[in-house]
Design a protein around this ligand. Structure first.
Ligand code: MTE
Ligand code: MO
Length: 389
């Protein structure tokens, strides 16, 4: 199949776009042009790179200003990580009941190789040691403030925060990234510098970074406190109380079929069903199951990351922050519902080196997880095939 390199523009201003779902899975690493773009305000232009700097301030001993040259001097890491918008698959959720937000199909995510400095190394420059969860001045969160301005912040900058313990943990791989797939980060994705918080909803990966603030409480910005929180279906715009929920951080287990549209014409017989599966928090994908008869019978899909080796969720060779692509051959009986569901795996090393693992599964039906902002539609992905004669 030949896919033209184009993306669907979901909103022109601010610019929001995603690729066609079938094209998304044609490569493990998503080409930059094809990577979804999610913006809350106009895309800023940072052109005077000599004068550009990031300030680190707040509850630190000595605030500093870092130029791009200072950041490039730190050890460079390449981290393959899937970034996914919390609103991915929102359009499907809005079919249950109206939701508020950009209407996304199933391609508001992408897998890139992010190159940059580790935030844990950057924070050492202001005297915060690795694995610190609190600074000597009481700082417990790291806030990222952007250059762009958006209406939700009343014209102020986009911002978000993560816990200090995640920011200072080298294993969490939080980056200040200046490269995407080996190229200089482009304007759409945050040039000259963005945060990449692997395993966490895209909203926390602040683009066009301007300031880093070490603060006591989590960021009080709109997108942390009045958005990107998961509510039950009973909560509506009249009875919502934002303060009753925590800001969403890790992404739950997700998967989608990309080789078929929501409603597609298929000839009876064997077809290959393909798509992606991904989870947050560094959890691997333990299995992906496909049904071609509305959930009566299932076959396990093959999973792949880079190369041709089958992916094994608990071997340490996989990219733990990245999606897996899956494929399964199924027999289409005629008109049918094709379903994909995934389970992730979380391994923790307990005392004495014993390994415990727990699997999370996806909710069966979108109606059960409907929420007014239409976030985290991680329900089983169901598509309808119609017998093409
Ligand atoms: N950072 C800034 N400064 N402004 C934004 O609007 N959007 C966030 C995040 N970082 C945003 C931002 C959201 S909701 C997502 S999903 C990701 O960026 C999207 O990153 P991308 O456009 O590089 O795909
Ligand atoms: Mo997002």
């Amino acid at each position: 199949m030949i896919h033209k390199l184009f993306t669907w523009i979901r909103v022109q201003e601010p610019f929001n776009a995603e690729p066609p779902r079938a094209a998304l899975i044609s490569s493990y690493v998503t080409p930059v042009d094809f990577f979804y773009k999610r913006n809350h305000g106009p895309i800023p232009i940072v052109d005077d790179i000599e004068r550009y700097h990031v300030s680190i301030d707040g509850l630190v001993k000595k605030p500093v200003q870092l130029s791009m040259a200072d950041i490039r001097k730190l050890p460079k890491y390449n981290v393959t990580a899937t970034l996914q918008c919390a609103g991915n698959r929102r359009t499907a959720m809005s079919k249950t009941r109206t939701v508020k937000g950009v209407g996304w199909d199933a391609a508001a995510l992408g897998n890139a190789i992010w190159g940059g400095a580790k935030l844990s190394d950057v924070l050492e420059l202001v005297g915060i040691s690795k694995l610190a969860t609190v600074t000597s001045f009481g700082g417990k969160h790291v806030e990222f403030i952007s250059v762009d301005k958006c209406k939700e912040e009343n014209g102020g900058p986009y911002k978000a925060s993560i816990p200090l313990g995640q920011a200072t943990n080298p294993e969490a791989d939080v980056l200040l990234a200046y490269e995407m797939n080996g190229e200089v980060l482009n304007r759409d994705h945050g040039y000259p510098l963005r945060v990449v918080v692997p395993g966490v909803i895209g909203a926390r990966s602040v683009k066009w970074l301007d300031k880093i603030n070490v603060i006591q409480e989590e960021c009080q910005g709109f997108f942390m406190q009045k958005d990107y929180k998961m509510f039950p279906p009973s909560v509506n715009w009249d009875n919502i109380n934002w303060s009753t929920r925590r800001p969403q951080m890790d992404f739950p287990v997700q998967c989608a079929i990309c080789s078929l549209e929501d409603v597609d014409y298929v000839k009876q017989g064997k077809i290959t069903v393909a798509g992606y599966a991904v989870s947050g928090g560094g959890r691997g994908i333990e299995r992906v199951d496909i049904s071609a008869d509305g959930g009566k019978t299932w076959v396990e899909a093959q999973r792949h990351q880079k190369g041709s080796e089958p992916y094994v969720s608990d071997d340490m060779n996989g990219d733990k922050w990245a999606w897996v692509l899956f494929k399964a051959v199924v027999e289409i009986p005629g008109n049918a519902e094709v379903i994909a569901k995934a389970a992730d795996i979380f391994c923790v090393i307990l005392l004495y080196g014993q390994v415990d693992s727990a699997a999370n599964v996806q909710p069966e039906n979108v109606a059960d997880i409907w929420n007014l902002r239409g976030i985290l539609n991680t329900s089983w992905h169901r598509v309808r095939v119609i017998n093409a004669l």
